[in-house]
Design a protein around this ligand. Structure first.
Ligand SMILES: Cc1cc2nc3c(=O)[nH]c(=O)nc-3n(C[C@H](O)[C@H](O)[C@H](O)COP(=O)(O)OP(=O)(O)OC[C@H]3O[C@@H](n4cnc5c(N)ncnc54)[C@H](O)[C@@H]3O)c2cc1C
Length: 445
C-alpha cells in the first residue's frame, strides 16, 4: 500500500504496447499506477522500418508517455531503467532508485536475437529502437555517397549490396522499402549509379516468407518482392559477418557493407531474475491468468511472456497479443482486489496479420479472408494509421505517405547525427575478409 494514499500500488515496467494498455485499463481502478520505462515515449515499432528507409521521421512514430496519460489521475511515470527485480521484498531497483509494488506487471518486451552469432551481433544492424532505425537510414544514404566516389569496382559493389536477413514481416517490409528507396528516389539523385548495380538481397533460412501467413500469401509476397528487384534467397543461413563480407553456412561468401538482421527476437534478459521457468526465446512461462507461478502478485505480458494457444502452439510475439494480455491482466487485478474468486484465463482472439511489400502492395489474412495487392495495402494503411497515437502524428505520417505515393519521393533523406563519421573515401585495401567491429549505432567502412 502507498503510505500516503493507502492505495494498492501497481507498478508496470515497460511503456510498449502491453504496458501502455494495462495502465489505461486500470484508469478507473482504485489503485495507484506507476509506469516505468527507460524512454519517455511509447514507440510504434511496426513503422520503424519506414524511419530506417527515410519515409517518415522518428518523432512521427513515438509519443511522450506523460502526454498520453495527462488526464489519468491515478497515474505517475518514472523515467528509469529497471536493473533488478526483487520479488521477495516486492520492489524493482531502477537507475532512479527503488520502487515498491503490491502488484507488478512486467511488460518489458523483447530484444534482437542473434542466436549466439557474435560477429553478426557486432557488425550488422538491427531494427528495434529509434536510434537503430536512424543509424540504418544514415548508413543507407551514406553508402550511395561512398559508392559514388569509390574507384575500386569491388568496393563500389559492396557499398551497393544491401542484405536483409530474416523473411518475417520486418525483413519483408525492409527489403521492399529499401528497393523502392533505391529505384524510385536515390536513382534520381545519383545519375552515375545504375539501378542494375544495386543489389537488395533478402535471405531466409527456411523455404518460405512470412511464416504466419497462409502459403498463397507468402508466395505472393515473394513474387511481389522479386518484381521489385529484390533477390529472395531461401535456405540461406548466415554464419558470420565481419562488416564487409558475410559468410553463409554453405561456405559461400558475399561482400556487402550493409546487413540488417531481422531474423529473430527474444525476451529481455531482465525476466530471468524472476527465477521462473522459461519457455522458448527466453520468455517467462506464465499461468493462463498471466501470473508467474508461485507469485500471484506478478503478471508478465506481451513479448516477455510465454503461453500456448489451445492447439499447443506458442502465442506469437506481436502487438495484439500484448494488448489483449494487458486487458486481461488489468481485469484479473481488479478481481483480486475485489476479492472475487477465480481469475480469467487468457484466450487469444486473432485479428489477422498484415505485411506490406511497398507501394500499393501488401498481403493480409483477416479471419478466413486472404487479401493481396492494392486492397490489402489500403487495409494495412488504415490499420497502421488508426493505431498510431496522436492526431498530429497520424496527420504527419499520412502527409508523408501521400507525398511519397504521388511524387515518388522520400521525405527524410538527410544524413544527420551520424555518429559513424565515416571517411568519405574508404581505403580499398583490406576491406574484405578483415574483421571490423561496429561502434554503437554506427557502421563505418
Ligand atoms: C521492427 C518491428 C516491427 C514490428 N511489426 C509488427 C507488426 O507489424 N504487427 C505486430 O503486431 N507486431 C509487430 N512487431 C512486434 C510488436 O512490436 C511487439 O510484439 C510488441 O511491441 C510487444 O509489446 P510489449 O509491450 O511486450 O513490448 P514493447 O512494445 O517492446 O515494449 C517494451 C517496453 O519496455 C521498455 N523496457 C524494456 N526493458 C526495460 C528496462 N529494463 N527498464 C525500463 N524499461 C524497459 C522498452 O523501452 C519498451 O518501451 C514489430 C516489432 C518490431 C521490432
Amino acid at each position: 500500500m502507498n503510505a500516503q494514499t493507502q492505495k494498492h500500488r501497481v507498478v508496470i515496467v515497460g511503456a510498449g504496447f502491453g504496458g501502455l494498455r494495462a495502465a489505461r485499463a486500470l484508469a478507473k481502478a482504485d489503485v495507484q499506477v506507476t509506469l516505468i520505462d527507460r524512454n519517455n515515449y511509447h514507440l510504434f515499432q511496426p513503422l520503424l522500418y519506414q524511419v530506417a528507409t527515410a519515409g517518415i521521421s522518428a518523432d512521427e512514430i513515438a509519443y511522450p508517455v506523460r502526454s498520453i496519460f495527462r488526464r489519468q489521475s491515478n497515474f505517475s511515470f518514472r523515467l528509469a531503467a529497471v536493473n533488478e527485480i526483487d520479488p521477495l521484498r516486492r520492489r524493482v531497483l531502477t537507475t532512479a532508485g527503488e520502487v515498491y509494488y503490491d502488484t507488478l506487471i512486467l511488460a518489458a518486451g523483447g530484444q534482437t536475437n542473434y542466436f549466439g552469432l557474435e560477429t553478426v551481433a557486432h557488425n550488422s544492424f538491427s531494427l528495434k529502437t529509434l536510434d537503430e532505425a536512424a543509424a540504418i537510414r544514415n548508413h543507407l544514404l551514406r553508402q550511395f555517397e561512398l559508392a559514388d566516389q569509390a574507384s575500386d569496382p569491388r568496393v563500389r559493389s559492396a557499398h551497393l549490396s544491401f542484405v536483409i536477413v530474416g523473411g518475417g514481416p520486418t525483413g519483408v517490409e525492409m527489403a521492399g522499402a529499401i528497393s523502392e528507396l533505391v529505384q524510385m528516389v536515390l536513382a534520381n539523385d545519383y545519375p552515375h549509379i545504375a539501378p542494375a548495380e544495386v543489389q537488395v538481397i533478402l535471405m531466409e533460412g527456411t523455404d518460405h516468407l512470412l511464416p504466419a501467413m497462409p502459403q498463397p500469401l507468402s508466395q505472393a509476397a515473394a513474387d511481389a518482392l522479386t518484381r521489385k528487384g529484390v533477390q529472395v534467397r531461401f535456405g540461406a543461413q548466415v554464419s558470420d559477418y565481419d562488416g564487409a563480407v558475410l559468410t553463409l553456412k554453405t561456405g559461400e561468401i558475399l561482400p556487402a557493407y550493409t546487413m540488417v538482421w531481422a531474423a529473430g527476437i527474444r525476451a529481455v534478459p531482465l525476466v530471468e531474475q524472476l527465477g521462473a521457468a522459461l519457455g522458448s526465446l527466453g520468455r517467462v512461462k506464465v499461468e493462463p491468468s498471466l501470473q508467474v507461478p508461485g507469485h500471484p502478485e506478478i503478471y508478465v505480458i506481451g513479448d516477455a511472456a510465454y503461453l500456448e494457444d489451445a492447439q499447443g502452439k506458442p502465442l506469437p510475439m506481436i502487438a495484439p497479443v500484448a494488448m489483449q494480455q494487458a486487458d486481461l491482466a488489468a481485469a484479473n487485478i481488479r478481481r483480486q482486489l475485489a476479492g472475487q474468486p477465480g481469475l480469467s484465463a487468457f484466450v487469444y482472439r486473432d485479428p489477422g496479420v498484415l505485411a506490406t511489400i511497398g507501394r500499393s502492395q501488401a498481403v493480409a489474412r483477416l479471419g478466413r479472408l486472404q487479401l493481396r495487392g492494392f486492397l490489402a495495402w489500403l487495409v494495412w494503411l488504415a490499420v497502421h494509421l488508426m493505431q498510431l497515437i496522436g492526431f498530429r502524428n497520424r496527420l504527419l505520417v499520412l502527409i508523408n505517405w501521400a507525398w511519397d505515393y504521388l511524387f515518388y519521393n522520400r521525405a527524410v533523406r538527410l544524413i544527420m547525427n551520424d555518429r559513424s563519421a565515416a571517411p568519405v573515401t574508404p581505403a580499398p585495401e583490406g576491406l574484405f575478409g578483415k574483421a571490423r567491429v561496429k561502434a554503437p549505432g554506427s557502421f563505418a567502412p
